[in-house]
Write a protein that binds this ligand. Structure first.
Ligand code: NDP
Ligand code: 8X3
Length: 253
């Protein structure tokens, strides 16, 4: 049975990936920061027949990540798929007006957190000459949009790190996918607007956004592609979104 490690599995895309991969017969290592929520999700999945192990730590905390992975039982050490999903946007402000603390949290989570897990998990994949890293990038990494500055930069970094890793692994059978969603209705915008639900809802007004499930379907497709097929990069947009800044909001569905 193959094992998938998902960071940020307590909400949105990560949570949807947990259900999709479990339904497809993978066993799961689920990471998150909220221990109660993690346990609740694990027990729901176990109730549906899934095999689940939880690892509660903040991906920014390198030492905690190291410890958690080192403590994995021997029969859980073989990770087949790593989904580097944990991430966030904080604020939507001009670059010369943004909050330093928001910038630090985004850079530390979206870039350094992703690197932490990559550094800890990929050596085992190289040793086994088998594995798959799926990084959750974003349309925001393709081009900056108004007030997106630092968040867009972190997702541009995810693209560079995915491309770099793919080059460094080209001599192995380990695959790397940069999965870049557009608007997905999750807790993402609530977090971005520091809990302001009305502002968050406005992001999806007049358009049918993607769901976490839509993105999980693509992640699973990439993971299940034949071994010689590497889905290197995928941009997934809602039908009425054309780019990070072109969104038609009088959608017919
Ligand atoms: P959610 O806010 O619904 O989920 C984010 C998840 O990441 C939560 O489980 C959150 O846990 C976790 N997380 C955040 N910071 C950390 C951390 N330091 N350590 C461990 N876990 C953490 O948003 P999405 O599902 O939408 O976001 C998932 C990924 O998808 C992100 O990388 C995001 O940038 C990306 N993305 C999202 C898009 C969208 O429109 N929604 C579009 C493109 C990309 P907690 O509850 O503890 O914060
Ligand atoms: C999340 C999608 O367009 O809000 O990465 O940046 S967007």
């Amino acid at each position: 049975m193959k094992t998938t490690f998902i960071t940020g599995a307590t909400s949105g895309i990560g949570l949807a990936c947990a259900y999709k991969f479990a339904q497809a017969g993978y066993r799961l290592i689920l990471n998150g920061r909220n221990a109660d929520r993690l346990e609740q999700i694990a027990s729901e999945l176990q109730g549906q027949g899934a095999t689940v192990l939880t690892l509660c730590f903040d991906v920014r905390d390198r030492e905690a990540a190291q410890k958690a992975l080192a403590c994995l039982p021997a029969d859980w050490q073989t990770i087949d798929v790593l989904i580097n999903n944990a991430g966030l946007a904080l604020g939507l402000e001009k670059e010369y007006e943004g909050a330093f603390s928001d910038w630090d949290a985004m850079i530390d989570t979206n870039i350094k957190g992703l690197l932490n897990l990559t550094r800890l998990v990929v050596p085992g994949m190289v040793e086994r000459n088998r594995g798959h890293v799926i990084n959750i990038g974003s349309v925001a990494g393709d081009a900056a949009y108004a007030n997106g500055n630092v968040y867009c930069a972190t997702k541009a970094a995810v693209k560079a790190l995915s491309d770099g890793l793919r080059i460094d692994l080209a001599q192995t059978a380990v695959r790397v996918t940069n999965l870049k969603p557009g608007l997905v209705q999750t807790n993402f915008s609530v977090t971005r607007f520091h809990g302001d639900r009305q502002k968050a809802d406005n992001v999806y007004k007049g358009i049918k956004p993607l769901s976490g499930d839509d993105i999980a379907d693509v992640a699973l497709y990439a993971a299940q592609a034949p071994e010689h097929v590497q889905i290197a990069e995928v941009l997934v947009l809602a039908t009425h979104q054309a780019s990070g800044s072109v969104i038609f909001r009088e959608a017919k569905f």
